[in-house]
Design a protein. Structure first.
Length: 113
């Protein structure tokens, strides 16, 4: 399984970005897809997760601004991020879990005030 993350960039506060994570390979082994982020000097944290059945969970600090979704036909998971704040600046990683544990490369999100 390979996960390819994309969609990061630099935006001003209040802006929006949509991250994508495309999965290839033996994706039938993946039950849960998730987005994590790691800000400079901080530990990596879970942001949002979604099951193969579509059940989603998002951390409280972003749940009114971020949405996670998946397109099973495209084997892709999205993280829609609205009303971005400088504290959302981080490298964002996607992760797939099932019979294995898979990580995509990070994509940088930078939010300026």
């Amino acid at each position: 399984v390979q996960l390819q993350a994309s969609g990061g960039g630099s935006v001003q506060a209040g802006g929006s970005l949509r991250l994508s994570c495309a999965a290839t390979g033996s994706i039938g082994n993946i039950n849960v897809m998730a987005w994590y982020r790691q800000a400079p000097g901080k530990q990596r944290e879970l942001v949002a997760m979604i099951t193969v059945g579509g059940t989603a969970n998002i951390i409280d600090s972003v749940k009114d601004r971020f949405t996670i979704s998946r397109d099973n036909a495209k084997n892709t998971v999205y993280l829609q991020m609205n009303s971005l704040k400088p504290e959302d600046t981080a490298v964002y990683y996607c992760r797939g879990r099932g019979s294995g544990d898979y990580w995509g490369q990070g994509t940088q999100v930078t939010v300026s005030s």
